[in-house]
Write a protein that binds this ligand. Structure first.
Ligand SMILES: [Zn+2]
Length: 134
């Protein structure tokens, strides 16, 4: 279990690109089909752009047609925190459990034969760590 990473906004601003900062630290949402990983099919591990924690496996990625990278489950146990938000528009926010960065939201309209979950994640919050081709 890794300790939580806590940094000031100024530090994050120095370390992240403006797009990454907006999503991770300001809970921003990138425009659909604008992100780097919407159509990526490469094998590997999607890591947190803020702290490098492993968040999603390419094996759980699927094409949801929404314009954001979509996954059926998070990698490992406790890699992400889920937080209920909103009273009227009920959504479940997905945050990196290690640095508390905002990643996206999870919905229950995912592929039914794969658990029914759809993690709708911003590309800017992710960094693909490609699998060794060896
Ligand atoms: Zn993180």
């Amino acid at each position: 279990m890794t300790a939580k990473i806590e940094k000031s906004d100024d530090t994050w601003r120095d370390e992240l690109t403006p797009a990454q900062f907006d999503v991770l630290r300001r809970s921003g949402t990138e425009r659909p089909f604008a992100g780097a990983y919407v159509h990526t099919e490469e094998d590997g591990t999607y890591r947190c752009a803020g702290c490098n924690a492993a968040l999603f496996s390419s094996e759980t990625k699927f094409d949801s047609g929404t314009g954001w990278p979509s996954f059926t489950e998070a990698a490992g146990d406790g890699s992400v925190d889920l937080r209920q938000e909103g009273l009227i528009l009920r959504r479940t926010e997905v945050r990196c459990a290690t640095c508390d960065g905002h990643l996206g939201h999870v919905f229950d309209d995912g592929p039914e034969d794969r658990g029914g979950q759809r993690y709708c994640i911003n590309s800017a919050a992710l960094k693909l760590d490609p699998e060794d081709a060896s």
